[in-house]
Ligand binder design. Structure first.
Ligand SMILES: Cc1ncc(C[n+]2csc(CCOP(=O)(O)OP(=O)(O)O)c2C)c(N)n1
Length: 548
């Protein structure tokens, strides 16, 4: 007869086909049922943080919800940093955990509900009679509010016989939010009128626009108004016509592109939260720009927004297109040289200290990377290089896991989730040496899960570079900011991957050869780029300026 854990596993597997985790006392029966009784694929990771990171990356790369699992206690507390990231980045996933017995905590139990709540995640606890229904409610909550949820199985309940698994209804998810009421309609009229008479209209879209499937409607709106377009870092590639797209806004943006945005007289923002980085700490728009925002959030998210419509990005964009069908178009986008505005500094072959210049290395790597790629990024100073120099085809092909919570060390397990979500693509990790070492346990998982469909670029400056730039340059003690020159190619070899220490641009020819090989037979590739820490990315210069 099925156990309570089997009820959870069998119900979960009706809606989720990928589970990531580490097994232990608290989830042994759950994993046994997943393996023996469901079609869901379980991928082992080596640290519980990696389970949540992989489930998170799976959703970001595919839009399909995944599950993570850990035992109670230490296994659960190991998930908390990643859980906080998923909460703050608004990524739905289900974390199935063991928990203290219903009879009360044992000496080694901690208050898991309070801990999850502390990072913003809600817990649903299954009982012996309601496991299937509670599992559906947990999935529904995650999808409705775009958040991770914890599904807890008390230790004394996990193996109880629970009878046949009852049919549970499918999770309901709310329909896209249409602009509703006379205020929203009136604001859309005003917005359409502003776009109609704008001389230099500009459209900005973020990940919310991508999640809403707004790309086509936004393309039509740009065509109707002659608007230049751009995206936030999480929305890159959302506009279908890249000829008139200025790329990413904020510190990763090209200087010429950012100057053009300051010339806009009307700007409309779709599904972008306008955080301090996107907004260049308040300097993205000029004071005279009329800024409108369309988002599903209850209110505008930046003080520079003068008109707000609460709506799904696609529905609002379609409503604007229908209001602007006979618009003449401003002609602005045809009058400017977009490719020239998007140029970044080329960099030198090597920096003055003789190590690689990350800018020229990034440019060369961009030429050699497989085209059908999904890039996953850890956090650190190095994030500028991929974000500036590597083109991105769509927002689900470039994700920064850890940056919402400003956590480093989530790189390797991101490869695991993305590779399970996108089996056709090559997954490329971009990571620093500090973050790469922090999560090194899951290098093994990344290599095992991705094989020749995965590779990593380690921007190895033998330092916690972001800290050197922010505090070392202020004169604080440098020793805690430094890392010995670690050989990531040796780490790679230890788990069956191929590692190359890259000291010159010519050394990157190995990437050309690897890209040309058959993904089914080539090894996972780790490029250990010995870069200089002396070249500071413009976005970091901006942060240094703001901080000082
Ligand atoms: C979990 C965690 N610990 C510490 C930090 C503080 N921190 C932010 S960036 C950074 C340095 C990252 O170094 P590395 O991965 O080598 O990348 P780099 O900055 O050198 O490009 C550190 C330690 C953090 N953000 N998250």
């Amino acid at each position: 007869m099925p156990t309570v854990s089997a009820h959870v596993a069998l119900t979960l597997a009706q809606h989720i086909d990928a589970v990531f985790g580490v097994m232990g006392n608290g989830n042994a029966y759950f994993l046994d049922a997943i393996e023996k009784q469901t079609g869901a694929a379980f991928t082992a990771v080596r640290h519980e943080q990696g389970a949540v990171v992989a489930a998170d990356a799976h959703f970001r790369a595919s839009g399909r919800i995944a599950a993570a699992t850990s035992t109670y206690g230490a296994g659960f507390t190991n998930t908390l940093t990643a859980l906080a990231e998923s909460v703050q980045a608004r990524i739905p996933l289900v974390l199935v955990v063991g928990d203290e017995p219903t009879s009360g905590p044992r000496p080694w139990d901690v208050d898991q509900i309070a801990l999850a709540s502390g990072v913003g995640a809600r817990t649903y606890t299954v009982g012996r009679a309601d496991a299937a229904a509670t599992t559906v409610i947990a999935i529904e909550h995650a999808l409705t509010y775009r958040v991770p949820v914890v599904l807890a199985i008390p230790y004394d309940v996990a193996a109880l016989k629970a009878g046949e698994v009852p049919a549970a209804p499918a999770p309901r998810v709310p329909a896209p939010l249409a602009p509703k009421g006379e205020f929203a309609e009136g604001m859309l009229d005003r917005l359409a009128a502003a776009l109609r008479s704008a001389k230099r209209p500009f459209l900005l879209a973020g990940r919310g626009a991508w999640l809403a499937g707004a790309g086509e409607a936004l393309g039509a709106l740009a065509d109707a108004t002659g608007a230049l377009t751009a995206s936030s870092a999480l929305g890159r590639g959302v506009f279908p016509d890249q000829r008139f797209d200025l790329g990413v806004t904020g510190g990763f943006g090209a200087e010429g592109a950012m100057e053009l945005i300051r010339e806009a007289d009307v700007a409309v923002v779709f599904g972008a939260s306008l955080n301090q980085f996107t907004m260049r700490f308040g300097a993205l728009f000029a004071p005279g720009t009329q800024v409108f925002q369309i988002d599903v959030t209850p209110a505008a998210t930046h003080a520079h927004v003068g008109g707000f419509v609460r709506a799904d990005a696609r529905l609002a964009a379609e409503a604007l297109v229908s209001r602007l069908q006979d618009a003449e178009g401003s002609g602005w986008r045809e009058s400017v040289d977009v490719p020239a505005a998007r140029v970044y500094e080329a960099g030198d072959e090597t920096a003055p200290d003789g190590r690689l210049d990350p800018r020229s290395a990034a440019r060369r790597i961009a030429e050699l990377l497989p085209e059908d790629r999904v890039v996953v990024s850890d956090g650190g100073h190095f994030i500028g290089w991929a974000n500036m120099y590597w083109p991105v085809a769509s927002p689900d092909r470039m994700m920064m896991i850890g940056t919402a919570f400003q956590a480093i060390g989530q790189g390797w397990p991101s490869v695991v989730g993305a590779t399970r979500a996108r089996p056709e693509a090559t997954v490329v990790l971009t990571s620093g040496d500090g973050g790469g070492l922090m999560a090194i346990a899951d290098l093994e998982s990344a290599v095992r899960a991705a094989g020749g469909r995965g590779m990593a670029v380690i921007w190895n400056d033998a330092a916690y570079g972001a800290e050197v730039n922010l505090y070392g340059l202020k004169g604080l003690a440098r020793e805690p900011m430094l890392i010995p020159q670690v050989d990531f190619s040796a780490f790679a070899a230890a788990v069956g991957a191929e590692g190359v220490a890259v000291r010159t641009l010519d050394d990157l020819d190995c990437l050309a050869a690897w890209t040309a090989e058959d993904p089914a037979t080539r090894p996972f590739l780790v490029l250990d780029l010995r870069i200089s820490g002396e070249v500071i990315a413009p976005y970091q210069e901006e942060i240094i300026r703001v901080n000082s």
